[in-house]
Design a protein around this ligand. Structure first.
Ligand code: GRF
Length: 202
């Protein structure tokens, strides 16, 4: 059975989309554990309700060892690490040990509106300020450049003149909840290959 760890920091609606896809049999894999960078977030409740083991690995407690602690928890236990609204940065050994086995979902069409400090509503505020007519979401592999790894899947949505950042966030989240389970499914079926920094989907 293909096993995944999901890393979270907030509400966990993307985690829920994975839990639901597994439940209805769309995704043939097991969420082995959920690791949060913060205690008290609703994503942890969602995991507990689904009977999934949870861990909190905060920067406050682990400092520079945060990524190493996550590596300890996941190495040999999961096939894929999924960042679903995870706000800390992974660094060090975990990036080598899990090369092309860590994915992230970002709420814009990378390479627009991504990189350091581009998270949450900041992303959508920047898209609206720029006046782009489409935005969307991207699932990509994680490497040592923030939002810089090979793109796996993208989905676009329209941006309307009257949109607030919250409006755009909601419209994109609907797509995120479809795109992330889809990417996990493709990877679990061995249908994604990275060649020269680009992913090829079979
Ligand atoms: C999503 O917009 C995701 O793209 C971004 O953080 C948000 C997390 O939402 N990385 P949730 O915690 O899954 O509800």
């Amino acid at each position: 059975m293909f096993k995944i760890a999901v890393l979270v920091s907030g509400g966990g609606t993307n985690l829920q989309s994975i839990i639901d896809a597994v439940k209805v049999g769309e995704l043939d894999c097991k969420v082995e554990m959920v690791i949060s960078s913060k205690d008290g977030v609703y994503a942890l409740e969602r995991a507990k309700k689904a009977g999934i083991d949870t861990y909190v690995v905060s920067k406050k407690e682990y400092g520079e060892n945060q990524s190493n602690r996550i590596l300890e928890l996941t190495e040999g236990k999961v096939d894929l690490i999924v960042l679903a609204g995870y706000l800390s940065i992974l660094d060090g050994e975990i990036l080598d040990k899990f090369k092309n086995r860590i994915i992230n979902i970002h709420p814009s069409l990378i390479p627009s509106f991504c990189g350091p400090k581009m998270y949450g509503l900041h992303v959508h505020e920047a898209a609206i300020k720029k006046g782009v007519k489409v935005s969307g979401c991207t699932v990509h592999f994680v490497n040592n450049e923030v939002d810089g790894g090979a793109i796996i899947l993208q989905e676009a949505v329209p941006v309307y003149f009257e949109d607030s950042a919250e409006d755009l966030q909601k419209r994109i989240l609907v797509k995120e909840h479809l795109l992330l389970p889809k990417a996990i499914k493709l990877i679990s079926e061995g249908k994604v290959n990275v060649i020269d920094g680009r992913s090829k989907i079979y």
